[in-house]
Design a protein around this ligand. Structure first.
Ligand code: GDP
Ligand code: MG
Length: 173
């Protein structure tokens, strides 16, 4: 189980939908359901990771559930943490949340991907500046977990690096 975390409105549900649709681009009916509403509670989807050969499960936890995210750490094998780089006011809160998640004892050996989303919005903070603000170089050097950082626009379906990371860290049966 991949655990999909991040503050409210960063794009987690849209990312889930787009990953679900990654291998069914021709299916118009799938595209119809791309509007999102704030997630209350948790959202679990099964996705094809490898053109239908291999599958994975992703559990999204609503941003408002931050205080109880830890209850789901035991039941996941990898963490996807989304940051909205078009919302500068939220970046410091995301940084604190990220540090809290990374330092949790149940997540010490689990791989992380940090997804800087909404790079299509012209006023977004440059990912290199966000990395600097969040002191990510320091964090990555000192973390026990393998951490990958990607800049994407989920809206524009820039999902390849996310899919590659998911396949790299696919859950063993
Ligand atoms: N411009 C833009 N909007 C996005 C992107 N990703 C998500 N959104 C929008 O951000 C809003 C919140 O998205 P949602 O997936 O519900 O966020 P969640 O609360 O993290 O699940 C929705 O209106 C999405 O359409 C993106 O890459 N670019
Ligand atoms: Mg959501």
């Amino acid at each position: 189980m991949y655990l999909l975390l991040g503050a409210c409105g960063v794009g987690k549900t849209l990312l889930l939908r787009k990953i679900q649709n990654f291998y069914r681009k021709d299916d118009q009916s799938a595209e119809m359901s791309l509007s999102t509403i704030p997630t209350v509670g948790t959202n679990i989807v099964k996705v094809s990771l490898d053109n239908k050969k291999r599958e994975g499960c992703i559990r999204e936890l609503g941003g408002a559930m931050g205080p109880i995210w830890y209850k789901y750490y035991n039941d996941c094998h990898a963490i996807m943490f989304v940051v909205d780089v078009a919302n500068p006011c939220q970046i410091s809160a995301s940084y604190i949340q990220l540090l809290t998640v990374l330092s949790h004892e149940e997540l010490q050996n689990k791989p992380f991907i940090i997804i800087f989303n909404k790079t299509d919005i012209p006023s977004h903070v440059k990912p290199c500046d966000v990395k600097y603000l969040m002191r990510l170089d320091d964090i990555i050097q000192n973390a026990k977990q393998p951490i990958k950082v990607v800049d994407v626009s989920v809206k524009d379906e820039e999902l390849v690096e996310v899919m590659q990371w998911m396949i790299k860290y696919i859950e063993e049966e």
